[in-house]
Design a protein around this ligand. Sequence first.
Ligand code: OGA
Ligand code: MN
Length: 308
Amino acid sequence: MSVSIASDTTAGPATRFLTLTPLNAYFGARAEGLDLSRPLTPEQIAELRAAMDHHAVMVFPGQKLSDDQQAAFAEQFGTIEATPTLVDQERRRLPNMQINDISNLGADGKILAADDRRRMFNLGNMLWHSDSSFKPTPAYWSMLHARVIPPEGGETEYVDTRVAWEHLPPRMQDQIRDLVTEHSLIFSRQQLGFEAFSPEETARCTPVPQRLVRRHAESGRLALYLSAHIGRIHGWPTPEAMALIRDLTEFATQRPFVYQHRWTVDDLVIWDNRCTMHRGLRYDDKTWPRDLRRVTLEDVAPTLEQAA
Ligand code: OGA
Ligand code: MN
């Protein structure tokens, strides 16, 4: 069924299979009409891709998915990232290595102890970031599925950083257009005072360069490529660099630009990491289980190798 969307800023390509409702005045859509647990047709895949290229964040409510079904769905759109770079992988709860465990649970299914290293590490998701921006070839889409949610808190917030770029004063755009940043997991964790990386983890976390401003290929729009993983700007003193990154992040995440997702079990939320940031909000993670599962697809190349 075709739908027309009320707001000019969010109107996207026409749809046949999906019924879309805007999430925010600037980006995002709630999508109903497809069962994502079953293989999609080429037409359905093309329609979903075109909608994602426009809306950047899409919420698919009521999707019952096993880990294997979630991974099979993702593989219709690209290559799933290799083993997630997390601490303490040997204590994994989930057998399927394509799934990122976004929960507060240990391998025994119990809530992690307050001082557990994995809990400290996972708190980094509360900083605005783009997934895997610390990898040479960073992430394309992430797909997060809700299995268990706490009675309050634990929402996830999103912004579209094309919107942020388009609202920046032209003088600022000119100042930052060609900057190159360095991203590492160590930089984001240091912001929260988490320093306890093993030598092996440190070796895996060598900073990688990324463009600060990148072109979102399909929409042709420029996006700020911001992330809590940024720790330097090439050629800049670090404090000056981090003051600018903090300013830009505040600008990009001003409240009117934010969509806050309040989870319902069986929601699947897909976001395009090339042009969005997200963060998890606080909840009482020492009392309530929260179990979300994420599959992330990889982008085609490092941002410096992509057309600007
Ligand atoms: C993620 C993430 C935030 C949350 O899954 O990549 O950052 O709200 N999640 O759990
Ligand atoms: Mn994330």
